[in-house]
Design a protein around this ligand. Structure first.
Ligand code: AMP
Length: 194
């Protein structure tokens, strides 16, 4: 694995457990030569993540639309910054440049990006691993809702199981590196043909 796209908040609540997890995550990524692809901001969890990665000598590519350069304060010290003309271009570029997706705590933007790549995996449009770094159980209610969706038969268990849910960055990275569903397998799972 050469690059991971991380989706995370443009805000940060100061949680020291999250900060420690980001330190561990960026240490493992830089040691293994895995580059970071993210939204390009210098604020919130996004900014913290980029700074931690850079401080460990890791490569960081930011991808930000022009109109957010001021609002999310485009990071000035990245290895590479790609400025897109709109949100859709940003998301496509982030996905295309990455071999896996990681979700850290965030708000609507983070969830939107998470569910987009998850539905693309469910549809077999890519076969890249998706992992949620569920610090302090921040996303427990979201996973509980997924279980309700399975119980109520709006979501297949096999698709519910496509996403990794871990609190430890090292364990999550291990699981993601061993993920190997092919688009065909995902496609068949989605249609309950296996
Ligand atoms: P949030 O999780 O709301 O703090 O947002 C985190 C990141 O997601 C920020 O960089 C937002 O610009 C980005 N974002 C918000 N909405 C969207 C969207 N519809 N498409 C792509 N990125 C988004």
């Amino acid at each position: 694995m050469k690059s991971i796209c991380v989706y995370c908040g443009a805000n940060f609540n100061g949680d020291p457990v999250l900060k420690a997890a980001i330190e561990k995550l960026t240490a493992r990524m830089s040691e293994r030569g895995i580059s970071l692809v993210y939204g390009g901001g210098s604020v919130g969890v996004m900014g913290l993540l980029a700074d931690e990665m850079l401080s460990r000598g890791g490569a960081v590519t930011g991808i930000i639309p022009q109109f957010l350069m001021d609002k999310e304060v485009g990071h000035k010290g990245l290895t590479e910054m790609i400025v897109t003309s709109n949100m859709h271009e940003r998301k496509k570029k982030m996905a295309d440049l990455s071999e896996a997706f990681l979700i850290l705590p965030g708000g609507f933007g983070t969830l939107e990006e998470f569910f987009e790549v998850l539905t693309w995996l469910q549809l077999g449009l890519h076969n890249k691993a998706i992992g949620v770094l569920n610090i302090g159980g921040y996303y427990d209610n979201l996973f509980a809702q997924m279980d309700v969706m399975v119980e109520q038969r709006y979501l297949k268990q096999a698709n519910r199981d496509l996403v990794f849910n871990e609190q430890d960055p090292e364990l999550l990275l291990e699981k993601m590196m061993n993920f190997s569903a092919t688009p065909d397998e995902v496609w068949f799972k989605d249609r309950n043909l296996t």
